[in-house]
Design a protein around this ligand. Structure first.
Ligand SMILES: [Zn+2]
Length: 407
């Protein structure tokens, strides 16, 4: 994590963007566009409708086709006119929501603030990096490529439950089907082709309660949980030690929260543990959870425990995988100068690729290191690089095919 040098703010007074004029008739500077996006509070649970409306008006003014989905939480698909007749083309993709602002901001999180720090120009603001900065880059790239088939898909609730991507996958597949999606999460230009699935699970041990003075006639669920915890640890270690190309291992399993018992003089009847499970593409969470259930049951029996166990899925998001030999990866590598990689975090690709089977890659400017924390920023160089990458990609025509099937 990169800490802010406060002295830099003193020697380089921040620039305020509060008075940015909305919708000027000329192409705006990228930082002005970003300042507008950041000014809308779209942190989790806040509707994206105002920001989506703002972007929809920008797109309509430029003559783009605009499709709007949802109500107070709104997702958008914006297409150039040539895209309406194209058989295949690139769809740039970002999310409009941000995580909530945490304590510790040195500036107003909703007012983009420019400062020179460590010899680089940075723009501080909530979502500046994740991912309103990349969205601003995409808007500028689309604006510069109005005569080629191209699209911009914008989702909401990516940070919580992928609600926007789910809504688009359920209602807009006819529009999304021709697209190869480039999702602009921060990868520093590396081309993400895969990430793990993510599952939250719950495990409940049920024993028999009673007066603490007579353990012989009861079954303390806490002892049962002690056995089962070892089972979770062993399973996680085995997953982590299983080699899997491009990933640190086949997966990991983390016991996150354990709750149980209600009084010191009562034998604990029930203990619940929740945790997460991350699995590389090709591994099924249900298989691992079934293995946990079966193994834990056996461990309890071997320990002479009469406790019962139940494992269930709380929520689950699929993995994402596009072949590392996909031709677009090689092309993107020549643009960004970076290599292909797997990703340590989930993205909307879980829904668009993992569920809806659309081809997708993840590639954006900037670093994950500054996201989801106070004083989030994107550098001026990052904004310029991102805009240049997306602009070149769209202008190249790579991934485009007209209705006759010609590339
Ligand atoms: Zn993001």
């Amino acid at each position: 994590m990169h800490m802010l040098r406060h002295s830099s703010f003193l020697t380089h007074p921040p620039t305020s963007y509060k008075n940015v004029v909305m919708f000027p008739p000329v192409i705006m500077r990228i930082d002005e566009t970003l300042a507008e996006l950041v000014a809308f509070d779209t942190s989790s649970d806040n509707p994206t409708l105002p920001l989506a409306t703002h972007i929809a008006m920008w797109a309509a003014d430029l003559g783009f086709d605009v499709q709007r989905y949802g109500d107070c939480f709104e997702a958008l698909i914006i297409r150039t006119q040539p895209a309406l007749k194209a058989k295949r083309y690139i769809g740039l993709c970002g999310h409009l929501d941000t995580v909530p602002a945490t304590d510790g901001w040195d500036t107003d999180p909703l007012m983009l603030t420019e400062a020179m720090v460590d010899g680089e120009t940075r723009y501080y603001g909530l979502g500046a990096q994740d991912m309103k900065g990349p969205v601003a880059c995409m808007m500028h790239a689309l604006e510069k490529n109005q005569t080629v088939p191209a699209a911009l898909a914008l989702t909401y609730n990516e940070e919580t439950d992928f609600g926007g991507a789910r809504l688009l996958a359920a209602n807009a597949m006819d529009i999304l089907a021709p697209m190869t999606l480039i999702i602009g999460e921060p990868t520093q230009g590396r081309i993400g082709y895969a990430h793990a699935s993510y599952t939250e699970w719950q495990l409940t041990i049920t024993g028999k309660g009673g007066h603490s003075s007579d353990p012989s006639n009861s079954c303390n669920a806490m002892y049962g949980m002690a056995c089962v915890l070892q089972q979770v640890k062993a399973l996680s270690e085995r997953l982590m030690q299983t080699p899997y190309d491009g990933f640190p291992g086949a997966g990991s399993m983390n016991p996150g929260v354990v709750r149980g018992g209600d009084a010191n003089n009562r034998i604990c009847q029930s203990v619940t543990m929740t945790g997460d499970l991350r699995l590389a593409p090709g591994y099924e969470p249900d298989d691992t959870l079934e293995e946990l259930q079966t193994g834990a049951q056996r461990t309890l029996q071997e320990a002479g425990s009469a406790c019962s166990i139940e494992v269930s899925t709380v929520c689950s998001y699929p993995s994402f995988f596009t072949s590392p030999s996909h031709p677009l990866i090689a092309y993107l590598s020549t643009i960004t100068g970076k290599e292909a990689t797997t990703l340590p975090f989930s993205t909307d690709a879980a829904i668009f690729n993992g569920e809806a089977d659309l081809p997708a890659l993840v590639c954006g400017p900037g670093s994950l290191d500054v996201c989801h924390q106070s004083n989030e920023y994107i550098t001026k160089a990052g904004l310029q690089r991102g805009t240049a990458w997306y602009t070149s990609l769209l202008a190249s025509g790579v991934g485009c095919m007209d209705t006759s099937g010609r590339l």
